[in-house]
Ligand binder design. Sequence first.
Ligand code: GLY
Length: 577
Amino acid sequence: MRKTLRVLASRTLLTASLLFLATSPLQAAPAQAPANKATTTHPPGAAIASAHALATDAGMEMIRQGGNAFDAAVAVSAMLSVVEPISSGVGGGGFFLLHDAKSGKDVFVDARETAPESATPQAYLTPNGELDNDRATNGPWSAGIPGLPAALVHVSGKYGRLPLKTALAPAIRVAREGFAVYPRLERGYASRREVMERYRGTREVFLADGTPPKAGEVLRQPDLARTLELLGEKGFDGFYKGEVAKKLLAAVKEEGGRWRAEELSGYRVKEREPLHFKYRDWSITTAPPPSSGGVAIAQMLQMLSGWDLKSLDEAQRTHLIAESMRRAFRDRTIYLGDPDFVKMPLARLTSADYAAGQRAGIHPSKATPSDLLPGQPAPLEDDETTHFSILDAEGNRVSTTQTVNLLYGSGLVAPGTGVLLNDEMDDFALRPGTPNAFGVMGFEANAPAPGKRMLSSMTPSFIESKDELAILGAPGGSRIITEVLIGILAYDDGLTAQQVAAKPRIHHQWMPDVISAEPDALSPETVKALEAMGHKVNDGERTWGNLQTVSWDKRANTLEGGTDPRNPVGKADVLVK
Ligand code: GLY
């Protein structure tokens, strides 16, 4: 693929950038509009990549039954609820980025959890005004009103072809018959054991045989099977009203929390316009707020479009990528929240002019200390959540990231439902107004309010050029955003889907002011060069993330899936017609 650079900048800022470029060894290439006319109109079959083989297989089962990518997405989601409760589930929420091939339209289905009325900022403070971390991350107060069941009903009913019941059937079967526990579930349980075992409903599921789940053992969830059956039979009302809703309300009450029945029955998914922008030859479609991910990706890529990254050595390239991450994360903290509650300068943040201004402030060979970019540090997020990517033979696409937030969410299973509630409330800035000379407004944009959606980092995305289409996303808290950035840059470098999923990662999130690097991400010489520029580098951190991607090479008309090798139970599969 021919890869030329598109410089996006106003006259004034472009001049500033060019002055800078003239004094730097980094070169800008001439502007050129990307062309996106497909060389082949339809993929040769379907491709699915997800974090668990049973989920990928459930999606393919729908395709074989004549379903489309949207039916497959419902089947994959429901199966992940059963086999990956550590990451996502019907007690949580998520975002679905969809492309409907028939209409040619992209839509973002926002199934983020909402805050119950009881969740005032004061409710999360200890008597001496500190954040009550236990309340924020464990048990009923940490849980938002779940959004995923409503999304399954919505995606199936509006975009799918098969009955919801059919799409839920594989998950119901596995919930009832059981699946083999794998090491990540066992390790995650061990790290959350104290919380999990506080709650009667959780003990009933995870200590059914008297001992915590062990790799290789079979975990059965008959109550969850029944809940999914009710969802399949009654749709929205099967979860948000009636028997299941009553049990959810009772569980929250029994453990000292407060949800109202109307908060469940009033939950609605929202269809939003995705973010669209260009990077080099690629048209990028990604997540709008209440995700911060798409805005950050737009900012970073537009900053980076001022350089020909491929011509740079590893240290220079890493320096520029880290500097773009630093700046995007700073803005994330200051400005972003639920678009239905806060006004955000989105047009400015995602504009080429703004990116050009930020680019002009990046020194070619010196790190900018994060302290010099005023603002309030974002709390570190945890490393869970799940993502899957689907393309079908009609060209329908699904990129969806779903979560219960931290490992096993709140740890609270509502007795008799099998539903493990999320702890997404911790994604709000629960202690707005934390003293900081510059950063108060950042926390206000993401302060909790009744019905409000908490800011997320989930970044389901599509990238498309004339010759190639890729669907990608990842879990990993704030590292989601940089995983997706590195994934997009890897596709731009010409890597295959599997190489993109495997690519070693770096991360910078403004605060703490450090480049995190996976083993093998940076050579020792690069680490030295970055340190000489003033960067702190945590080289050789434990690996992170679980990127799942599929791609379609339109020239060769071939499909490929990429599943993250960091997660041995994931599976990418291709079914050619
Ligand atoms: N709970 C992770 C996220 O939404 O970013």
